[in-house]
Design a protein around this ligand. Sequence first.
Ligand SMILES: Nc1ncnc2c1ncn2[C@@H]1O[C@H](COP(=O)(O)OP(=O)(O)OP(=O)(O)O)[C@@H](O)[C@H]1O
Ligand SMILES: [Mg+2]
Length: 429
Amino acid sequence: MKKITIKLALFFIFLICISSILSFIVSTLFTNNIENEIRLNQEAIAISILQLEQKTDLSIDEIISITATPIYDVRRLEDVDLTGITKEELEKVHSHKITFLSHSRLHRPTIILMVNDSFIQISLHPHNTIFKIVASRVWFTLLSYVAIGALLIMLLAKRVVKPILKLTSATQEVAKGNFDIQIKNKSNDEIGQLTQNFNKMTRELKNIEYLRKDFITNVSHEFKTPIASIQGFARLLQKGNLSEKEKEEYTNIIVEETARLSNLSSNILKLSKLENQEIVEKEVVFSLDEQMRRSILLLEYEWSKKNIEFDLELDKVKYQGDEELLQQVWINLLGNAIKFSNGDSIISIRLEQTDSTVEVKISDHGIGMSEATMGRIFEKFYQGDKAHSYEGNGLGLPLVKRILDLYGGNIYVKSKLNEGSTFTVELPL
Ligand SMILES: Nc1ncnc2c1ncn2[C@@H]1O[C@H](COP(=O)(O)OP(=O)(O)OP(=O)(O)O)[C@@H](O)[C@H]1O
Ligand SMILES: [Mg+2]
C-alpha cells in the first residue's frame, strides 16, 4: 500500500470524527429538553392512572398493565425508600402529588405517585428501551460509515495515485537516458496535463539528443572528405616523379581544400557562438542600402565569373543593429543566389521600409528548389540534391536564420525548380 492512500484514508476518518463530534455538540445544544419531554410523558401516564383509578373500578394492577408502554415501565413499589427519594419528596408523595425524583437510584427520569396507599413508580424501561435500540443503530451506522468510507477512499486514492506512480518510474527512465518513453494518458485534469507535458518533454529531449548526435556525425563527415583528399594529394607529391603541371594542380587542390576546411570551421564557430548568444550587442546606426552595395562588391569575384548582373531598387534606410552580423546575412543570401544562378542571368534586390519593418527581397533565376528541399534548407548541414555539386557545407542558411532570430526578424522563401528562388527577409524597426 502506498503512503498517500493511507494518508487520504486517515484524513477521511479524521474528518468524519471531527464532524461527528461537532454535530453531536450542536445537536445536544438544540435538544437539551429531551429530559423535559420524558418528564411530560411520565406525567401524562401518572394523570391517566389517577383518572382511571377515580373513574373506573379497575384494580391497581389492571391499571398498571393498561398504562405501561414499551418505553415506560409502570410498577407498584413495595419499599419506596429504595428509590433514593428525599424527605421533602416523600411528603409531596403522601400529599397525593405527582413527584419527580431529583436523585433517582435508577439513574433515569422517575416519577412516584400514591394511589390507594400504594406507591407507583413510572420510569424509562431498564432494558431494550427504544432509545437503546436507536442508539445502537446509530453507532452501527456510524462505524460502518467510517469503515466503508475509508475503504472507498483507499480504492479511489489508488486510482489517483496510479498515474503519479507511472510518472515516477518514467522520470527514472529519462534520468537513465531513455527518451523513448511516452505515458498513455486519457484524462485532462491536473495530473493528465502533467503527463501530457512530460510526454512533450521527452519528445523534445529525444529531438535534441537526435540533433546532437546528427550534428557530430555531420561535422565529422564534412571534415573527413577534405582531409582525405589533402592526404591523398600530399602522398602523391611526396612520392615525386610528377610533372610540373601535375605538381601545380595537386598543390592547388590542397590549397582549395584547406580553404574549405578553414571556412567550415569558422562557420561552425560562428554558429555555435550565435547559438549561445541571446541578445545582439554592438548596436550602431548604419545605412542598410550602403551595406547591401558593399556586400555585392565583396562578392564581385563570384558574380563576374558567371557574368551575372544586378537589378537594384534600394530605399535609403537607416538601421540600428550589429553591422557585422547583418552583413553576414546579406553575404550568405547573395552568395547562394549567385552560386545557384544560371550564367548570364539577373539577380534583383529590393530594399523597402514600411512603418514597422524593413523588407529585403533577393530573387535569382537559377536552379530553384523542390518543396521537400525548401522545407529543410534551414537545417544545419542540409544541402539540396543538386547542391552537392556546388561548394559549401549547408551552414549558410542556418546562420542567417539564427541571426534573424536574434533580431526578432523573419525569413520566407519562394521557389520553383529550374526557375529560380526569392528569399524575403523582414527586420523589425
Ligand atoms: N538561391 C537558391 N537557389 C536554389 N537553392 C538554394 C538557394 N539558396 C539555398 N538553396 C538550397 O538550400 C541549401 C542550403 O543552403 P545553405 O546556404 O545553408 O548551404 P550551402 O549554400 O549549400 O552551403 P554554405 O552556405 O555552407 O556554403 C543549399 O544547399 C541549396 O540546396
Ligand atoms: Mg550558402
